[in-house]
Design a protein around this ligand. Structure first.
Ligand SMILES: [Ca+2]
Ligand SMILES: [Ca+2]
Length: 299
C-alpha cells in the first residue's frame, strides 16, 4: 500500500484511485509526490494492468474468430420438402426448406431413378410468429425428375454445400392411392374440394387461420381412415383434423395421434356426404406448412 504523507501536502491516493486516473502518469497530480519506491510499485502495477487488458482483448478477438469459423462451417440441414411428395413419371418443381442451404451446389438422390436439379438457393424469411429453428431460414428450388414406372416409395435426398453434406431427408415418391393437389379456395363447406375414397392429397395450409376443406360421398356404409402426414416429414404444421356430416355436425376429431402432432381418424360412417376440415392447431400457416392427407377404406 502507498504511504500517506500529509506533512508535505502530498496526499497519496489509494491504489484504486491511481489506476482509475485517465491519461498518462504525468497527468496525475499526485505522481510527483511519490517516493522512488512508490513510483516503481506504481509502474509495476500499471504494467500488470496493461498486460491484463491486452490479454483480455486478445481473448475476445480469438473468440470472435472462433464463433465466425463455427458459423461459417455450419453444414446444410433439411427441414422439409414442399410439397412433401412428388408424382412418378413427371418432372416437377419442389422447394426444400432448412438451414445453411443457401450455398448448396448439388442435391444427391438415393435412387438413380429420381434426379434433382438445383434451380436456386437463397435465404428466406421466417413466417411471422414461427420459429426458425423449426421451419428453417434458407431454401432450395429444385426440379425433380422421376422416371416412369417407379413404384411408390420414400427416396432420400442429400444436400451438398462447401460446408458439408446434410443428413439424408425422406421425400415421398408417388402414392399407392390416386394423388391430387389441394386446390384453393377450399376454405369452407361451400368451397369444399371434392375427393374420392381412396385418395391422397398433397397440400399446404397457405397462411395463418387458413383451413382446407374436402368433401367425399359414401354410397354404402364404410369404415374409413383419414390420416395426415406432416410433422413426421418435417413440416411446421401441427395438424387438427375434423370430420363433419352433411348437416355440419362433428362426427370425429383428432389433433395428435400415436406420439406425433399428426392427426388420424378411424370411423365407421353411414352412407352419405361428409366434409373433412384440416387446419393448424395453432392457426399458423405459410410456406412451411405442407401436408399429405390420405383417406382410405379400412380392410
Ligand atoms: Ca384453404
Ligand atoms: Ca396435431
Amino acid at each position: 500500500m502507498f504511504e500517506e504523507r500529509r506533512g508535505n501536502n502530498c496526499c497519496l491516493p489509494d491504489a484504486g484511485h491511481v489506476f482509475n486516473v485517465p491519461g498518462t502518469m504525468e497527468s496525475c497530480p499526485t505522481y510527483f509526490c511519490l517516493s522512488p519506491q512508490d513510483r516503481l510499485l506504481l509502474l509495476k502495477r500499471r504494467a500488470c494492468c496493461l498486460l491484463a487488458t491486452i490479454s483480455l482483448l486478445a481473448g475476445v478477438v480469438v473468440r470472435g474468430q472462433d464463433v465466425a469459423a463455427e458459423k461459417k462451417a455450419e453444414p446444410p440441414r433439411v427441414a422439409m420438402c414442399v410439397p412433401l411428395g412428388v408424382p412418378a413419371g413427371e418432372t416437377t418443381k419442389m422447394v426444400v426448406r432448412g438451414w445453411a442451404l443457401d450455398t448448396a451446389t448439388e442435391v444427391r438422390s438415393s435412387s438413380p431413378q429420381i434426379v434433382f436439379k438445383v434451380l436456386s438457393a437463397a435465404s428466406v424469411a421466417v413466417p411471422n410468429g414461427q420459429d426458425a429453428k423449426q421451419v428453417g431460414n434458407t431454401q432450395l428450388e429444385l426440379e425433380v425428375t422421376v422416371v416412369e414406372g417407379v413404384e411408390p416409395c420414400d427416396v432420400t435426398l442429400t444436400v451438398v454445400a462447401p460446408t458439408g453434406e446434410s443428413p439424408a431427408h425422406a421425400l415421398l415418391i408417388g402414392s399407392v392411392h390416386p394423388l391430387v393437389a389441394d386446390s384453393e379456395p377450399n376454405d369452407g363447406f361451400r368451397q369444399a374440394q371434392p375427393i374420392q375414397t381412396p385418395q391422397a392429397v398433397d397440400g399446404q395450409i397457405h397462411g395463418d387461420k387458413n383451413v382446407d376443406v374436402f368433401s367425399f360421398d359414401l354410397a354404402d356404409p364404410q369404415s374409413v381412415t383419414i390420416e395426415v402426414l406432416a410433422r413426421r416429414h418435417g413440416s411446421g404444421l401441427d395438424s387438427l383434423l375434423t370430420v363433419f356430416d352433411h348437416r355440419g355436425k362433428i362426427v370425429a376429431v383428432n389433433d395428435d395421434h400415436d406420439g406425433t402432432t399428426d392427426s388420424r381418424i378411424s370411423a365407421e360412417l353411414a352412407a352419405g356426404k361428409y366434409f373433412i376440415s384440416l387446419q393448424d392447431a395453432h392457426d399458423h400457416g405459410g410456406p412451411a406448412h405442407p401436408y399429405r392427407l390420405v383417406i382410405q377404406r379400412m380392410q
